[in-house]
Design a protein around this ligand. Structure first.
Ligand code: ATP
Ligand code: MG
Length: 505
């Protein structure tokens, strides 16, 4: 049986198999927190109930030892997920050596080096479950609407936006690249099937360490024949609403493990996402237009005051705790407890101090944002601080978007692209748009971007034979997971992250 099935098994005697994540002993009792992959539960081993050798074995278990326990499922509101397991028999499957990840706070460098083990921890468990739910909902959403999933190749001969961010490899003595987007192939497939989506790994050689860039990430790229950019935006909005609705219904337990306040989800499900043309977004970023009565400049100044206030609170708390540690005759248990608290506070302090340094820079760059530039990470963060739903920025300057993006008929300077920025400071999660159908313009742009024309002949065929208006977008799965879980860094959103400087484990 699995721990997740406990609600159906009340008062029944069942057997579970799992690993010890925590152990506490008191007179005549051993409490084990067992995880079995499906969930976590507290097992109670009572000296008065089990055989003496079993009690002794339980007392000697280490973290991550594997056991098989037989016992009774008992309802108890105070316990994890409302149940406790009263053990009648136990069989030790394997004894773990000293497990490197303890219940003390560890630095993230250490944890990332131990990713193969870190995945077992409760927080990672919750994130991976949410990721799984999102993947499930993505397929459900598109399949229910008649989209066909088709896969784009991962090895490609041509770069769709230049080669600077591509990983290259040897392909039978000629050069191949790992795909950075399945889009061009998606267009070909949409002309065969009408509505398709690809869902595969994509690769970008971005030689910088940011909290939102991975070298290998999973992208969902729908492509629809006969869709203009307005229809595209409608689809994106209902798609994101569906993902939020599903996690909100199905992952309550996971969100509570992550301390993720989910109040914003109701907003997102019920409110219309603002659609803002790029030129207006520029004015908002610069603080020239207020949204809901506030400008970016005001919001940032408030944030700065809040951050500084919290920093001095924490500093005070830390020195109080450090004084407590020096008290004469303090017991070891208490000492560890206080030290744990101090370590946690220091971690929080580090993050706040970083924010305190960042905010004035964000302010400067927001005020001086120039029309025609692409939005940088901090501009996106600043802009989305004003909203409690995702926002869609459309009608971008032509010159900062890819060669295949459709030019606006009424203004040659603009392209019919859309970026979706997630709220709570997260920034871009979707990039998309309508595709250029004018073959002469496409040829001109391919030349302007100095891309090899022969590599795009097949793509131009799509305009020669049965060309129709069409649109699509790409959603980065890990960006979505990071925002939904409200994680500080994208590295926790994928089982084994690949980033600049990170290739193992
Ligand atoms: P950014 O400007 O944030 O680097 P981008 O504009 O280069 O992103 P697109 O080419 O529009 O990204 O890709 C579509 C989506 O793929 C993005 O909206 C984002 O969700 C995701 N994405 C892009 N690059 C990365 C990356 N390095 N790591 C994780 N996700 C990414
Ligand atoms: Mg983009």
């Amino acid at each position: 049986m699995q721990i997740s099935e406990f609600p159906k098994l009340e008062k029944k005697t069942v057997t579970i198999k799992g690993w010890v994540t925590n152990k506490r002993t008191s007179k005549g009792l051993v409490f084990l927190i067992i995880r079995d992959g499906s969930g976590f539960t507290q097992c109670v081993i009572d000296e008065g109930i089990v055989k003496p050798d079993i009690f002794e074995a339980a007392r000697n278990l280490h973290q991550e030892s594997a056991v098989e326990c037989t016992g009774v499922v008992v309802k108890d509101e105070k316990q994890i997920e409302g149940y406790e397991f009263q053990v009648t028999n136990m069989n030790v499957i394997s004894i773990a050596e000293n497990y490197p990840i303890t219940n003390k706070p560890h630095g993230v460098e250490f944890l990332i080096d131990h990713r193969h083990l870190w995945l077992r921890s409760r927080r990672q468990w919750a994130i991976m479950r949410i990721r799984n739910q999102i993947i499930y909902s993505i397929h459900s959403f598109f399949q229910e609407q008649g989209f066909v999933q088709m896969d784009a190749p991962i090895l490609t001969g041509n770069a769709c936006e230049g080669t600077s961010t591509l990983f290259s490899c040897d392909f039978y003595d000629s050069k191949a690249y790992l795909t950075q987007s399945g889009q061009l192939y998606g267009e070909a497939m949409a002309m065969a099937m009408g509505k398709i989506y690809t869902f595969g790994p994509t690769f970008r050689a971005e030689k910088s360490k940011t909290r939102r860039h991975l070298s290998e990430f999973w992208m969902i790229e729908p492509e629809m024949a006969f869709y203009d950019n307005d229809m595209n935006m409608d689809l994106i909005e209902s798609f994101i609403k569906r993902l939020i609705n599903d996690v909100n219904e199905k992952c309550k337990n996971e969100f509570s493990m992550l301390n993720r306040d989910t109040a914003i989800f109701e907003n997102i499900i019920n409110k219309k996402f603002p659609r803002i043309p790029y030129n207006e977004a520029v004015k908002i970023i610069r603080g020239e237009i207020a949204v809901n009565g506030k400008t970016t400049i005001e919001i940032l100044n408030q944030e700065l005051i809040k951050t500084t206030g919290r920093i001095s609170e924490i500093n005070k708390e830390i020195s109080e705790k450090e004084a407590e540690l020096k008290a004469p005759g303090i017991k070891l248990g208490k000492q560890n407890f206080i030290q744990n608290k101090i370590d946690k506070l220091k971690n929080e302090l580090k993050e706040l101090e970083e924010e305190e340094r960042n905010i004035p820079q964000w302010l400067e760059s927001a005020k001086n944002f120039e029309y025609g530039n692409d939005l940088g990470g901090s501009d996106e963060t600043v802009l989305t601080m004003l909203f409690d739903t995702p926002v869609m920025i459309y009608n971008w300057p032509n010159h900062i978007k890819a060669f295949y993006m459709k030019r606006d008929e009424t203004n040659q300077e603009l392209a019919k692209g859309v970026d979706v920025l997630a709220p709570e400071g997260y920034g871009e999660i979707v990039g998309g748009g309508q595709r250029e159908t004018n073959i002469d313009l496409l040829i001109q742009k391919i030349n302007e971007h100095e891309l090899p024309m022969e590599a795009f002949e097949w793509y131009l065929d799509l305009r020669r034979y049965g060309s129709v208006p069409h649109s699509g977008f790409g959603l980065g799965l890990e960006r979505m997971v990071a925002w939904i879980c409200k994680l500080k860094h994208i590295r926790e959103t994928i089982p084994f992250p690949r980033m600049y400087g990170l290739l193992t484990p």
